[in-house]
Ligand binder design. Structure first.
Ligand code: DAH
Length: 359
């Protein structure tokens, strides 16, 4: 009899010792000490034994029961410790590992240049204004002193859209200048804004795409003059091209919405096949500008006797090509990942004036 119990004890102790995890151990506990467990069954069976065996068997069974309960508790502790140690090991961080590789994605040069422009003008106290790509004839032309039949309308290779319900002709905006009108009609002067955005003209070759980007600027105040215009654009060019001195030339020109008007060239030279911005005897045209035509102010309900100011407009894609030495504009919009990887910028290097624009 005792040998039966001894055998059962050894078998159960071996099972406890072999339990692989806490859940397995719990299953063993239920199968031995639980209500329908093997030890419990033996206890219940004591009554059927002859009286002379009962005492001894009862005592042995109680011993085995205590022994098992102890063994299970000891095993539970050691399994718990092992599980904790394994978790600590797997969740440990090795701070001596090399840092993660640079992210694969790249910022498109146009987005980069937009961010650079925003950083430079924000520093000069400008805010950013935006307007719709689908524009009406009034904002894109008429209010900018380009009346119907004006030859300047032909200069711009406009994409026309079906007219609005009220008969107003609609276009894809040919420049960002209509946002000057929207800004001045929406809020009273003074104004100091830059207007980045997409623009559209029916034109396509190595330096023209049907969709391109411009940034417009507008400053309106009581005593704003052309000196402010020059100073602003000079400060911009120095910051943008990241050179101490940029030679600039203001050439008389004509735009219906400015009077007087100028086109701005910056000095450049070619050295060993590479374009250098700032110095040299070559010139590159980068933008159009001028003093806002009083007729434009009038179209916006601004009194030209009291307010005046300057404006400029510049092609973003073009200055991106110049600054980053990108030869073909069409590749900007090809979505070729190899091109983007070559000319693009690392996402976490956000351009700031203090940290450096393009690094
Ligand atoms: N809107 C003109 C263009 O697309 C550029 C321009 C020239 C804008 C002179 C201006 C300006 O604000 O004053 O060619």
């Amino acid at each position: 009899m005792t040998t039966d119990i001894d055998a059962l004890r050894d078998e159960l102790l071996a099972e406890v010792a072999g339990a692989a995890d806490i859940a397995g151990l719990e299953a063993i506990r239920i199968a031995t000490l639980g209500k329908k467990g093997r030890i419990t069954a033996q206890m219940k069976g004591l009554g059927q034994r002859p009286p002379e065996e009962r005492r001894e068997a009862g005592a042995s069974l109680n011993q085995v029961k205590d022994l098992l309960a102890e063994a299970i508790e000891a095993r539970r502790l050691s399994l718990h410790e092992a599980e904790l140690a394994a978790r600590l090991a797997s969740e440990g961080i090795d701070v001596t590992l090399p840092i993660r590789q640079q992210p694969q994605g790249r910022i498109h040069p146009v987005s980069q240049v937009l961010d650079e422009i925003a950083a430079i003008f924000a520093d000069m106290g400008f805010t950013i204004a935006e307007g719709p790509d689908i524009e009406d004839d009034f904002h894109n032309f008429t209010a900018l002193n380009i009346p119907p039949e004006h030859p300047a309308r032909q200069m711009q290779d406009t994409f026309y859209l079906p007219p609005r319900d009220d008969g107003m002709p609609m276009v894809l905006r040919t420049h960002t200048s209509p946002v000057q009108i929207r800004t001045m009609r929406n809020s009273p002067p003074p104004h100091r804004i830059v207007i980045p955005g997409r623009t559209y003209r029916s034109d396509s070759d190595q330096t023209h795409t049907p969709m391109f980007h411009q940034v417009e600027g507008l400053v309106i105040g009581r005593d704003i003059h052309m000196g402010h215009l020059k100073g602003t654009l000079e400060a911009f060019c120095q910051a943008f091209f990241e050179v101490d001195n940029v030679r600039m030339r203001f050439r008389p020109s004509y735009f219906p919405f400015t009077e007087p008007s100028a086109e701005v060239d910056i000095g450049c030279s070619y050295q060993d096949g590479a374009l250098r911005i700032g110095e040299g005897d070559g010139w590159l045209e980068i933008l159009g500008c001028g003093m806002v035509n009083p007729r434009v102010l009038e179209a916006c309900g601004v009194d030209p006797g009291e307010w005046q100011g300057f404006a400029w407009g510049m092609g973003i894609d073009r200055i991106a090509m110049l600054k980053y030495g990108i030869p073909d504009l069409r590749a900007f919009f090809d979505c070729d990942l190899r091109w983007l990887h070559h000319y693009g910028f690392v996402p976490l290097d956000v351009p700031t004036l203090s940290g450096g624009l393009s690094r």
